[in-house]
Design a protein around this ligand. Sequence first.
Ligand SMILES: Cc1ncc(COP(=O)(O)O)c(C=O)c1O
Length: 402
Amino acid sequence: MKLEKLKKLHLATRMVRAATDADFSRVKSHVPPIFQTVNFDYKDAEEGLAIFRGEKEGYIYSRNGNPTTDLLAQVIALLEESEAALVTASGMAAVSSVFLGLTAPGDAVVSSAAIYGGTRAFLQKHLSIHGVQTRFVDITDLDAVESAIDSHTRILYTEVVGNPNLVVADIAALVELAHRRDLFLVVDNTFTPPPLFQPLIMGADVVLHSATKYLGGHGDLLGGAIATKRRWIDPMAEIVKHYGAILSPFNAWLALRGIKTLELRVQRQCENAHALAHFLSKHPAVSRVYYPGMADHPQHDVARRQLQAFGGILAFEMKKGFEAAKRVMDSVQVCSFTTSLGEIDSLIIHPASTSHIALSVEERAAIGVTDSLIRFSVGIENLEDLQQDLDQALNEADRITP
Ligand SMILES: Cc1ncc(COP(=O)(O)O)c(C=O)c1O
């Protein structure tokens, strides 16, 4: 019904119908619109029937599909050069949909031990309930990875660069191993989004992202993405639909906007991170720096071979331990003391007193989270300002008596 016709109806009906009946079909919005709607209207009964029968393309209900979220999926497929892609409510929704979509009870997973804590908890506490057991291995030790694989193993899982010590997985070697043993190689590419790395081009089978991080880039959305072949997307899309782990159109739109500047942001973040890693390695308050771009990083050669640049995340340890690391959090002024990563702002965190507080000192040490460790997600601010901020915070921390 056109707006003109509403004049014949009562005010209450005008109020309800007016915005819904507006006709934008002749307008081409330069920026993609946000299809902030639950359902979609049909031209007539014939069209409705054809769409419900699957004979005609069209949208029914936004949990099953929405033009804004579908556009983001197409953009992700373009960036990761995949046949198809799927977007999800968060990075964890992407992780859980991949595992639930690709495994069946009795299957097993071999995973890098150096992965995001939420993913590890999902594998240990939830996927196991579905009858799928996970073995955690040092992903840089290919013999250990191979020995953990048995006849039940279906997925080999790794992050390209893993927390907290920025362990770099050799994706080419893992592709060879996974395919020789007839496994899916699933790669979390959150830390090294395109243009830094495209795991599918190297032969990985499935790539996933927490879009909350670099893809969004501004700390204002939660989202996830999966890119792979069409036939493997389908079972994952079923999981997303049935568990309701769908991305909202508004968050998809924010991610679409974020991706426009992804390359520029990441380039600046990598440059800043590389320079700060060198600066930190010479600072008297710091005992150790972890950054794949440093020659002394254990997988520096793999990182050089594999990545366009070394990423925007680094970690370092304070000579004076726990109290000194905490003092850095209290002293930074340009960087924000907060969790998450991949945002345009520099984010600093002391895992032992925050995200990993629930673990014992021994448990933390076993996964590389020492009391003195600080993780730094480098932003796009001016390098000199970041360096000065870190310098004053480190000097302040170095004044404490341990
Ligand atoms: C590497 C990695 N993968 C997945 C996730 C989960 O993403 P989200 O917080 O969007 O659910 C995170 C979150 O920090 C992460 O760092």
